[in-house]
Design a protein around this ligand. Sequence first.
Ligand SMILES: [Mg+2]
Length: 165
Amino acid sequence: MSFLAPDRLFKRVTSIDPVEDIKGAGFTHVLLDLDNTLLTRDTHEVPDDVRAWLDELDRLGIVACILSNNWHHGAHEWADRLGLPIVSHAVKPLPFAYRMAMKKIGAHRATTLCIGDQMVTDVWGAHGVGMKAYMVGSLVETDLWHTLLLRNLEGPIMGHMKPEK
Ligand SMILES: [Mg+2]
């Protein structure tokens, strides 16, 4: 496994098949990025198909926790609405919040998958604590300036990778 690049790359969070790609791959727990992975950065909504995808995780008994660098109140409101636990102010890629989130849902790193739309925060953070990371395309192009800055690093490292689906 390369440390810098994601273990797998998908077009969108809903492209990940919960049965095959999560449960079938041996994962029982997932740590989910919020902004632009589950929640649109522009209109601040969780699209219906993303909600249905989260419901499927729940039906399969996969335990999820939101792990977000977001420091706004809205992150907790969304977690409540989605019925998911959350660790916010995560300062990904630093390891501390990953450990908090794992503890919160009783997860072990070998069977926990991290899913997010950014290489530097979501992928490097997961790999730093020894977890696998699936990277997904952002829900919308709109992003914060500091996010866009970090995205410049993705080209040289991931330029050869194409989303599998
Ligand atoms: Mg994100």
